[in-house]
Design a protein around this ligand. Structure first.
Ligand SMILES: [Zn+2]
Length: 394
């Protein structure tokens, strides 16, 4: 790992262990940190190695337990995002059921990684823990500041907002089968931190700081017990100064399978730059070079500057802080129950967990408001969209 420590753009020479480290004991809160779910993102591995080194030097006693797991070990060894399939798209019900029915010897590379990681996560979650938080460490192929991604539950907000970086909402409506989506569906707190550009040494710093801050927000330590806590907080705050606190993801550019290798972003773009509708962003040039333009005015997110994966880029819009505060208030007061009285909105059952919204009738009713109330869209038939709510465990 020495060369990778000096240069995070280089892959680790040997695959890291599945369990990267363990500190503390069951009984209190559990924080699971995953790193290297994408094999070309070794910065998270380096960050957790630093955290465990500091924990042992300072002999820090945690309330509860910190466990760090590596993700795509085969991908990390080769320095590629994935070998056969993206490990961060395999956590759907469908894939997990298929895995349970399949003999392990028929697993693809990432199916084997998932089988092992899934079993390790199950062992972690089975322990006697007060609460469970997952922090999934990533980095991006393009440049840009760190940011967090989460399913919008009130408990996820506490952990994500404690990082002091922009928080992206609504990504999971555009991306199926992520690890955080799966762990969130188990009822645990579940947040992704994108630390910055994969080869930038500062990305390791950002990810390390995020782990320290999350040890506090997840209840394993007091800020005063963490060495250099103020510096970790300052570091993330400084690099994100002036950025919107919350951004709603409203668009994903899907790269057609035949364009996966040839899709190319324009050079020099990075995450969090403002782009205008119609602005040229990329070329998809399998047959004849086709221009890809921004479909809306907004913030460019995660432009793809590597050769793998079908997420070309995402676009988002800033959410006003007062809207977010209002939504938290409405959710705590369970005001979503009145939604069924509105024209064009039908509660699928009494719980209010599922809504059908007819966009012809409920024109006043924005998807953004539903997102802020904790619903996500998961199906659309004609003009009727079905929304499902994540449960807030208060
Ligand atoms: Zn990643």
């Amino acid at each position: 790992m020495q060369s990778a420590l000096r240069n995070p753009s280089r892959a680790a020479e040997a695959a890291p262990e599945r369990v990267l480290g363990r500190h503390g004991s069951a009984g209190g809160p559990l924080l699971v940190v995953t790193a290297g779910i994408h094999g070309n993102e070794p910065a998270g591995i380096l960050a957790v190695q630093r955290v465990f080194a500091t924990l042992s030097v300072h002999k820090l006693a945690l309330r509860g337990e910190l466990i760090a797991l590596s993700g795509n070990r085969a991908g990390l060894e080769r320095g590629v995002r994935y070998v056969d399939a993206d490990l961060n798209r395999l956590w759907t019900e469908e894939h997990r059921t298929a895995a349970a029915e399949r003999a392990p010897e028929h697993d693809s590379t990432e199916q084997r990684e998932q089988r092992e990681l899934d079993a390790e996560l199950a062992r972690c979650f089975a322990g006697d823990h007060e609460s469970v938080t997952l922090l999934d460490l990533h980095s991006t192929s393009g440049g840009g500041p760190p940011f967090a991604l989460m399913g919008d539950t009130l408990r996820n907000r506490e952990v994500a907002f404690a990082l002091g970086v922009p928080v992206l909402l609504g990504l999971e409506e555009n991306v199926e089968g992520t690890l955080v989506g799966y762990v969130g569906s188990l009822g645990h707190v579940s947040v992704v931190l994108e630390g910055g550009q994969s080869a930038d040494p500062r990305t390791v710093d950002h990810l390390e700081s995020a782990v320290w801050l999350t040890l506090v927000s997840a209840g394993l330590a007091q800020a005063a017990e963490i060495p250099d806590y103020a510096e970790h907080k300052r570091r993330l705050g400084a690099v994100c100064a002036g950025l919107p606190a919350v951004i709603e993801v409203v668009h994903r550019h899907d790269i057609a399978p035949e364009d996966e290798a040839s899709f190319e972003m324009l050079p020099g773009l990075s995450g969090f730059v403002m782009v205008r509708r119609g602005q040229l962003l990329a070329h998809a040039d399998t047959a004849n070079s086709r221009a890809v333009v921004a479909p809306i005015d907004g913030v460019l997110l995660m432009p793809r500057y590597q050769k793998q994966g079908r997420d070309g880029f995402f676009m988002g819009r800033a959410v006003a802080p007062r809207k977010l505060a209002l939504a938290a208030l409405l959710r705590r007061a369970h005001l979503e129950r009145v939604l069924g009285w509105l024209p064009g909105v039908r509660l699928v059952d009494r719980s209010g967990d599922q809504l059908e919204v007819d966009s012809r009738i409920a024109r006043f009713f924005s998807a953004e408001l539903l997102h802020l109330l904790g619903y996500r869209r998961h199906e659309r038939r004609g003009t009727v969209a079905r929304f499902t709510r994540r449960r807030d465990r208060l």
